[in-house]
Write a protein that binds this ligand. Structure first.
Ligand code: ATP
Length: 239
């Protein structure tokens, strides 16, 4: 018996009001798989993440483990195990680090579970532990992004979706974030769906790639085949 992918998107269309941005998107993410979505500014990458995570409505089908998910709200998608780190740092800036993490763990069953989960993310992001009582809005950009990732992971998702987590960060911090994401994927088996302009590092940890152009999938394939493609290298890797 073949196992259904964790996430399957078929003929997905979404947009804003009368404007359709995404046109018949087909996409899959397997259990524990790392997939990256590349595309130029305005290609529709954030819109795709918003539609999958239930922030905006869509037509077409989203299946989780082979079962149609309907047009769920973000909290319902979270129950299905899909958690989003939105573009622009998903932290509650007025709350301190530990309270941000507690909010991320509201679906967990009790204080003990929440505390265990916080300890786990403090181990992976020691810098957050050092700043546990600091208000999120005063953290550096990189620390805020670490907190946004840890917060999204507090719900113990099966799949973490990250919308351009490298935006505006220094190269060393970006490298650290991607190394941590790679660890989270290999050690915990969490699937990752990454939208990235920083293709180089994303391709290092991804197994498959989708290229979006003007709201449609222009091509898809293995990360290795994308690296070997001259046009893609020039457009997205800059060499
Ligand atoms: P970037 O890499 O610049 O973030 P993107 O690939 O994520 O771009 P989207 O942000 O999904 O692209 O935008 C796709 C299209 O949808 C763009 O033409 C954009 O202007 C439009 N768009 C995005 N958000 C909205 C909105 N809230 N209302 C109306 N149009 C929007």
């Amino acid at each position: 018996m073949t196992v259904a992918p964790l996430l399957e998107v078929r003929g997905l269309r979404a947009g804003y009001g009368q404007i359709n941005v995404l046109h018949d998107i087909d996409l899959e993410v397997g259990n524990g798989e790392v997939v990256v979505v590349l595309g130029a500014n305005g290609a529709g990458k954030s819109t795709l993440m918003s539609a999958i995570s239930g922030l905006i409505p869509h037509t077409g089908t989203i299946l989780i483990d082979g079962a149609p998910a309907g047009n769920p709200r973000p909290d319902q998608m979270l129950k299905h195990g899909l958690s989003l780190v939105p573009q622009g740092r998903g932290t509650l800036t007025a709350l301190d680090v530990i309270d941000n993490l507690r909010v991320g763990g509201t679906n967990l069953s009790g204080k003990k579970q929440v505390d265990e989960e916080i300890d786990r993310w403090f181990e992976i992001f020691p810098r957050l532990k050092e700043r546990s009582k600091q208000v999120a809005g005063t953290l550096s950009g990189g620390e805020q992004q670490m907190l946004a990732i840890a917060r999204a992971l507090m719900s113990r998702p099966r799949m973490l979706m990250c919308d351009e987590i490298s935006l505006g960060l220094a190269p060393l911090i970006i490298q650290e974030l991607f190394e941590t994401l790679g660890r989270i994927s290999t050690e915990m088996g969490t699937a990752l769906l990454l939208v990235e302009q920083n293709a180089e590092l994303a391709l290092d940890i991804a197994s498959r790639v989708y290229l979006l152009e003007v709201g449609a999938v222009a091509s898809s394939g293995s990360a290795a085949s994308f690296r070997d493609n001259n046009n893609i290298r020039q457009a997205y890797l800059g060499y």
